[in-house]
Design a protein around this ligand. Sequence first.
Ligand SMILES: O=C(O)CCC(=O)C(=O)O
Ligand SMILES: [Fe+2]
Length: 367
Amino acid sequence: MADLKHPRLFIRSYLSFEECKELEFIHKSSSTVGYRPNVFSTTISHLIATNSSHLIMPLIPIRERLKDKLEEFFGCEYELFVEFTGLISWCKGASIGWHSDNNRPYLRQRDFAAVCYLNSCGRDFNGGFFHFQDGEPTTVMPMAGDVLMYTADNRNIHSVDEITDGERLTLTLWFSRDASHDEDVKLISLFSNNLLHSSVPDSCIPLPASNNMYWFSQDQASDELLGFNICWARLHVLGGTELLDHEFVNILHALQVVHFYCWKASALQSFKVRVGTSKIVELSKSQAEKVSDLKSLLLKDTELAETIFYSLTCRENELHCFDWTNFVAAIAAWEDYAWKLRKEIRSSLAYWRAHQSLYNVQSDKRL
Ligand SMILES: O=C(O)CCC(=O)C(=O)O
Ligand SMILES: [Fe+2]
């Protein structure tokens, strides 16, 4: 190990661009308001609770690779349990001062942290540099694919500068030596209840959680008079609220499909279309009224929503415009994608239950 005084590891380009994009899709279509101001998070238990368990499948091999790498580097093979896995984004105004990650009585079980950067400073957001108080590296400028691993104790006191623009996204994991804090055991029991004993017919349509999990206001204490529903806000910044019609069972369903379209279309380099060249489908009068009623109810502070969720690239005069034909194709592709993952999770669950551990069954040599 390089530095015993400050045990840490920084690896560039550990995750591929495609892995980052897939996790971005999952987060942007599933997040809830987070645990700190201007922070949003997607936890595995939330994915399970919203009938989106299958969306954890892309996380499983990444999580496993991170754990193996961390155990190897810090010399604690087979000693660690994942205590928490989450996709976490910080928007304009979010920051955190000097701290260590086990600095609260209820966080004492945390032994290590792994932070994977899923998008890039200067391109997707501004600000948000990571600093260690002592030792090398001192400062990390987050770039998509990079990973930072460090001990959760006071040998690695760190801070994150305020985000000044855009949305900074990470996959963050904490690890513990204490088996009673193994999140896998808790998650497997949630999966089992959800996927095995469900009385409702099998479906990939997400089910939104309670409204307060999606309600953002600058002052969390204020009531629902100001602020916005983050699902509506995310659709709004993509121009997608004009597309809502009978195709979508609920707002989360629309958000997943629209973000899926954004993910796949940008991979094909055909997503950014100059203003004026796209065909937008006109809604019927009654559909338009319904959307507008919902919008006024759920997007009370449009300006704030745009400040929080507009990406930097959106502002560069290049607007995201929808091509209706591609969009209809994306609806079908999203369904295929979801069912494929659903099948995978169903076939993995028996192995997970037997081992009480979430792992990549398909690549497992024991089979
Ligand atoms: O996102 C980061 O770079 C680190 C965040 C952090 O320090 C924390 O969540 O404790
Ligand atoms: Fe931290």
